[in-house]
Design a protein around this ligand. Structure first.
Ligand SMILES: [Zn+2]
Length: 417
């Protein structure tokens, strides 16, 4: 940091209040003395960035609100057939999470008062009780019941522009001893490596003179938890078309919505320099560009509210249990050591309550029947493109994909063709 900046940072701290916020911080970075003036316009260089200019003096609430953006960029959400299509993939995602469910966040031994339904089969008297890991639905099966925790019960699937499922991935924080191995980021990196090798998916339209597809602007990601800043950034750099999420993450600070409103999405151009148009003749955005953030409530997914409500109840109850030192309300009680009263969402996503919501959602993949108006519906509804799947095709393929993942998939291994 230069001496000028040091001085200015000190001025900034001394002369501004919390209300000045990020605006003055940017002013300090370009050696403009902190003053009320710096609040009125972006600093030089940033003052040509259209979304930044338009939003510079707006309230935070306006930057979080995506109502206008959704109407502009995803008007098809008003169509019940489109919502059905998204629901199919949400139910598949829930079924995959149930299949690979592992709530042993603190290991398979000890006591989890909120996970009594996940206890393993009775052990011999001389063996300690254990909690089941994966293979929840078939704990007595011949396949391995992994009880080592690899990462949280958070997963993501990717679907291409035709409705073909490309792959799925899970959070693998524990496996990599990391706090950043999130499902969406892993999924995006996987997609780029897969699309370098295989050409079967419609992941995007080519941009400028790049020899390969370098953007995922036809890809929709379905994730079980609202994306964090890292994943929103990775998806933005990758040009992912949209992200649909099953539950709020109250510690993600709506960053995906804010990035979407502020990202500088211009019109993408093809190898001839012409604007790339979608099937309606609208320009396909250039990079970077944050994905359209679509909450489960936008597609009327019942599980969205259930998961949010249950998560808030979990946090409230566990803090009350901590205050009362009530071990029956703890997340985890080790045989030796301190009980765990952490109200984190990743602990909630281990509990019986969360598992039940995911199981109910998962069951809908098998019971869902599409009405005639929805069954034959395709998106985009472009009659000359035979490859685009109908909703019924999507449902059939989702069931097939689950069968594949159940036998071959492991916890988000690359998709074997
Ligand atoms: Zn993330």
């Amino acid at each position: 940091m230069s001496d000028d900046n040091k001085v200015n940072r000190r001025d900034f701290i001394a002369t501004t209040t919390a209300a000045a916020g990020a605006a003055s911080a940017l002013g300090a970075a370009v050696s403009v003395p902190a003053s009320a003036q710096s609040l009125l316009a972006p600093p030089p260089g940033f003052d040509t960035q259209k979304p930044l200019i338009e939003n510079w003096n707006r309230q935070l609430g306006d930057l979080v609100d995506v109502t206008t953006g959704l109407r502009r960029d995803a008007p098809e959400l008003g169509d019940p057939a489109m919502r059905d299509r998204h629901k199919i993939f949400c139910y598949l995602l829930m079924k995959l999470i149930v299949r690979f469910w592992n709530g042993n966040k603190r290991g398979p031994l000890g006591s989890y008062p909120l996970r009594q339904a996940q206890l393993d089969r009775p052990q011999l008297p001389e063996k300690p009780q254990r909690y089941r890991g994966e293979m929840m639905a078939n704990p007595g099966g011949l396949r391995v019941n992994w009880d080592r925790y690899l990462g949280h019960n958070i997963a993501c699937i990717a679907v291409d522009g035709n409705g073909e499922i490309i792959d799925f991935d899970f959070n693998h924080n524990d496996f990599f001893r990391s706090s950043a191995e999130h499902a969406e980021s892993r999924m995006v990196r996987r997609l780029f490596s897969l699309t370098d090798v295989f050409d079967g998916w419609k992941t995007g339209r080519k941009l400028s003179d790049k020899p390969h597809i370098a953007s995922l602007n036809d890809v929709t990601l379905y994730t079980s938890l609202e994306s964090c800043a890292q994943c929103s950034g990775v998806m933005s750099l990758a040009g992912v078309r949209q992200i649909i999420y099953l539950q709020n993450d109250f510690t993600a600070y709506k960053i995906g919505n804010i990035m979407y409103n502020l990202a500088n999405r211009g019109a993408g151009v093809d190898s001839r320099g012409d604007p790339i148009l979608d099937w309606k003749g609208k320009p396909v955005p250039s990079l970077p560009g944050a994905p359209i953030p679509i909450a489960g409530s936008e597609i009327q997914l019942d599980e969205f509210k259930k998961l949010n409500d249950a998560n808030m109840a979990f946090a409230r109850d566990i803090l009350a249990a901590k205050a009362a030192n009530n071990l029956n309300g703890a997340f985890f009680v080790p045989d030796n050591g301190k009980p765990d009263f952490d109200p984190s969402i990743t602990s909630f996503l281990c509990t019986d309550v969360a598992l039940k919501i995911f199981q109910d959602g998962a069951a809908r993949l098998d019971t869902l029947t599409l009405d005639p108006a929805s069954r034959d519906w395709r998106f985009p509804d472009k009659p000359d493109n035979k490859q685009i799947l109908t909703n019924q095709d999507c449902l059939d393929k989702a069931k097939e994909f689950f069968k594949y993942a159940d036998i071959e998939g492991y916890r988000g291994s690359p998709h074997k063709l």
